[in-house]
Design a protein around this ligand. Structure first.
Ligand SMILES: Nc1ncnc2c1ncn2[C@@H]1O[C@H](COP(=O)(O)OP(=O)(O)OP(=O)(O)O)[C@@H](O)[C@H]1O
Ligand SMILES: [Mg+2]
Length: 277
């Protein structure tokens, strides 16, 4: 899906009027099938950007276009149809605790199937092979009939990713998919997610706190800070200096890139205190 944001601002409905919008003056173009990671310190507006792209919140200024059309100018019915082609995987997956994994994964199809079909599938799941294949990508093939509340946090997060794949969206929006995963699982999950998106031709926008993972897994990186675009670059052009500027005063959030920062010419060497007796 082609995405275009022109001078877009967005504020949360619950935000106080005097507070600056969560996003302001944002310009961004995504080509169909592109994969982009969004990074930036906490509160930068990363999740808000995903909500905006998912048509969950409306721009307060500027225009959003999906495949050349402003979704907010469409009829309610058409807007719902467009929303059915987008999938937002939130940071904390909303999985009903007593549900079986297979049902939770197949729920990803709900926006695309009829009400009668969806009600029937709650009792008689169809598409089990599809759920199984999606779970296998995240090494969860043995959990098909497990109960969601008997899974670990990391397993739940991977179930949510399998659900996102089953949804077969044209634009896949994933918020912090790795927060509950150990480093090995995180690498596998990221590879499966990007691979699956490539195979289906879906565009993929992922927010990530793990900056080294973002640089290693995505060809393009968008840096946000205080609701504004700081950079939009190929990952190879994201230098330690740019990261340092993006995370200034929040360098503790830049986990795993300390070694990069240490060798950056602009980095001031830490003072070494020595005591001789
Ligand atoms: N539901 C909400 N109502 C009002 N303000 C909100 C809401 N959600 C977020 N905000 C505000 O919008 C701004 C951007 O928040 P957002 O959640 O997009 O940041 P983020 O970059 O995703 O942060 P994090 O890395 O902590 O997830 C913040 O100032 C936040 O306080
Ligand atoms: Mg967030």
């Amino acid at each position: 899906m082609k995405v275009s944001l022109k001078a877009v601002s967005a504020r949360h409905p619950a935000a106080r009027a005097r507070i600056a919008p969560a996003l302001h003056g944002l310009d961004l173009e995504l080509q169909p099938g592109e994969q982009v990671a969004v990074i930036g310190p906490s509160g930068a507006g990363k999740t808000t950007l995903l909500h905006l792209l998912a048509c969950a919140i409306q721009p307060s200024a500027g225009t959003l276009e999906l495949d050349g059309r402003d979704p907010w100018q469409l009829s309610r019915r058409e807007l719902q149809r467009v929303r059915g082609t987008l999938f937002l995987a939130p940071q904390v997956p909303p999985l009903p605790p007593r549900q079986r994994v297979v049902t939770a994964v197949l729920a990803g199809r709900l926006p695309r199937i009829s009400l009668a079909h969806s009600l029937r599938s709650l009792f008689y799941p169809t598409g089990i092979a599809q759920a199984d294949a999606a779970l296998a990508r995240f090494d969860l093939g043995d959990k098909l009939f497990a109960r969601v509340d008997r899974l670990s946090g990391g397993e739940r997060q991977r179930v949510a990713l399998a659900r996102a794949l089953v949804a077969q969206p044209r634009l896949l929006l994933v918020d912090e998919p790795l927060s509950a995963l150990d480093p090995t699982r995180a690498v596998q999950a990221m590879a499966s997610l990007t691979q699956a998106a490539r195979e289906s031709g879906a565009s993929l926008v992922t927010t990530l706190h793990d900056v080294p993972m973002a640089l290693a897994s995505f060809p393009r990186i968008v840096g946000l800070r205080d609701g504004a675009l700081v950079f939009d670059l190929p990952s190879a052009a994201v230098t330690p200096q740019r990261l340092e500027a993006l995370y200034a005063q929040h360098l503790d959030e830049l986990k795993g890139v300390q070694s990069l920062l240490d060798v950056a010419p602009s980095a001031t060497p830490a003072p070494v205190a020595m005591t001789c007796r």
